[in-house]
Write a protein that binds this ligand. Structure first.
Ligand SMILES: Cc1cc2nc3c(=O)[nH]c(=O)nc-3n(C[C@H](O)[C@H](O)[C@H](O)COP(=O)(O)OP(=O)(O)OC[C@H]3O[C@@H](n4cnc5c(N)ncnc54)[C@H](O)[C@@H]3O)c2cc1C
Ligand SMILES: NC(=O)c1ccc[n+]([C@@H]2O[C@H](COP(=O)([O-])OP(=O)(O)OC[C@H]3O[C@@H](n4cnc5c(N)ncnc54)[C@H](OP(=O)(O)O)[C@@H]3O)[C@@H](O)[C@H]2O)c1
Length: 257
């Protein structure tokens, strides 16, 4: 039972603030499963005193596939959330369950290398894109790549430094963060709009210096489900279609709830 429920431990925990963390989880015996950037795993914690059961939740892997010591996860604590409020009690060294399997098709598997890839995220939805960028950056996996990341405030904008640094050294990579609830009085000089606005044809041309067309662009959208529906509908107006294995399109999505 112990091995089935405590096969991993928190290796490191970086709190961005009291409800947002980057967690590294490594196996306490055996190896991490192999995965493709964009996939997710499950974390589990024992729940209930009299009849304990494993409470599990899915989390996208933010570390590159080459990292074999731990999986990194970028996690938002949900107020009154059954799992994340418990997860928040863990410190480095504490045990938990890590699914021995990985899951999901939110990967670059069907994306040809001459694509302009747009990674679009709200909140912790940027996690799987960190895995892709860390793994594939500089290897000709795309013609160009961009991250459009919407967060409420500057404090909620995880990985800002890493993405900014990547954009500075790579002309084929753009980083476009936007903050929607940052106080007007703050020092933030960047965008302050909901991200759909950036995909209106005129605004897109202004920000990215090219047309928004489905011929070469592939759009990966992750995070808030309402945003995913709204942006997908908007992109449909520019000729973009959902990607399915049997009916290839340009929109790939991963809903967090
Ligand atoms: C494929 C997949 C990958 C995921 N990857 C991540 C990840 O990398 N990082 C991450 O923070 N979460 C991720 N999630 C969400 C995660 O699985 C949990 O749902 C989340 O942590 C909340 O669990 P909880 O038990 O604390 O909340 P619950 O008690 O289960 O309550 C969930 C409710 O909280 C609300 N909610 C608000 N914000 C969120 C949010 N960010 N995620 C989920 N629900 C939210 C929704 O209304 C939802 O119905 C992923 C989900 C899926 C399906
Ligand atoms: N306790 C805290 O301090 C605190 C802080 C942050 C979050 N939380 C909790 O964490 C949960 C998740 O919060 P989160 O900030 O990670 O996720 P979120 O509510 O999905 O917001 C993340 C970003 O997505 C944007 N967004 C939301 N819906 C959208 C839509 N339909 N279209 C386009 N953009 C959209 C938000 O803009 P808008 O701002 O315009 O909605 C914000 O910029 C919340 O339920 C909340 O309870 C708590």
């Amino acid at each position: 039972m112990a091995e089935e429920t405590h096969n991993a431990a928190v290796v490191a925990r970086t709190d961005l603030h009291d409800s947002l963390s980057i967690l590294r989880v490594g196996p306490t015996g055996g190896e991490l499963p192999r995965f493709e950037p964009g996939q997710f795993s499950n974390l589990g914690l024992l729940d209930g005193a009299s009849e304990p059961r494993l409470l599990r939740r899915a989390f996208s892997i933010a570390s590159p596939a080459a990292e074999r010591r731990w999986f990194e996860f970028y996690i938002q604590r949900v107020d009154q959330g059954a799992f994340t409020t418990r997860l928040w009690q863990l410190a480095p060294g504490d045990g938990l369950w890590l699914d021995p399997l990985v899951y999901g098709h939110f990967t670059l598997a069907d994306v040809p290398p001459d694509s302009d890839v747009l990674f679009v995220a709200t909140g912790t939805g940027v996690g799987p894109f960190l895995s892709m960028l860390r793994e594939y950056h500089g290897q000709g996996r795309w013609r160009s790549a961009a991250v459009v990341h919407s967060a409420r405030t500057r404090a909620d904008l995880g990985y800002h430094g890493e993405l900014e640094a990547l954009a500075l050294r790579d002309p084929a990579f753009r980083y476009v963060p936007t903050l929607t609830r940052e106080p007007e009085s703050s020092a933030w000089g960047g965008l302050r709009v909901r991200l759909q606005k950036l995909f209106l044809p005129d605004r897109f041309r202004e920000v990215f210096g090219r047309e928004l067309t489905p011929e070469r662009a592939k759009v990966f959208i992750c995070g808030n489900p309402e945003m995913i529906v709204q942006l997908s509908e908007q992109l449909a107006g520019s000729g973009f279609r959902p990607h399915r294995r049997k009916t290839p399109g340009q929109i790939h999505t991963e809903r967090y709830w």
